[in-house]
Design a protein around this ligand. Structure first.
Ligand code: FES
Length: 146
């Protein structure tokens, strides 16, 4: 699976288009384990339903992701709105729509389903957030190398 680790597909190339670019409170990047994964947090550290942002250091390239939890279901997307390829959030961990039923881009209000990242409203309606591989091991959320 491709995560878009390249400049133009993931917005993670370190340029102005990279996820979290310009955010004052960008989370500290997490280092990759030598076996090729990032340990993010305990499963209960993400509210349910809720979302939390992380920045992964992928061999010097920063990749922003948003982890979404709904009960036992946990998934992740690259933190990049399909409209302008900028981060969804303007403030740390503020990803959900006011009703808590979807993700919402803070810039122009595009809404995305939690379970598959499909955009249901806004300027990128009909497009998807890019999924990022994830697993839960021993109650810890782990991002996997795409
Ligand atoms: S940048 Fe996300 S809706 Fe415009």
């Amino acid at each position: 699976m491709t995560d878009g680790a390249g400049d133009d597909s993931a917005g993670a190339g370190g340029g102005a288009d990279r996820p979290f670019a310009g955010l004052a409170d960008e989370p500290a990047p997490l280092s990759k384990h030598p076996e090729g994964y990032w340990e993010l947090c305990a499963a209960d550290d993400v509210p349910s339903p809720g979302a939390r942002g992380f920045v992964l250091d992928d061999d010097g390239v920063r990749v922003g992701i948003v982890v979404v939890r709904q009960g036992q279901s946990v998934r992740a997307y690259v933190n990049r709105c399909p409209h302008l390829s900028i981060p969804l959030n303007l403030w740390p961990d503020r990803f959900l729509s006011p009703d808590g039923q979807g993700l919402q881009c803070a810039t122009h209000g595009a809404r995305f389903r939690l379970d598959d990242g499909f955009c249901t409203a806004g300027p990128c309606k009909g497009r998807f957030l890019q999924p990022f591989p994830l697993s839960v091991k021993d109650r810890k959320i782990v991002a996997l190398e795409p």
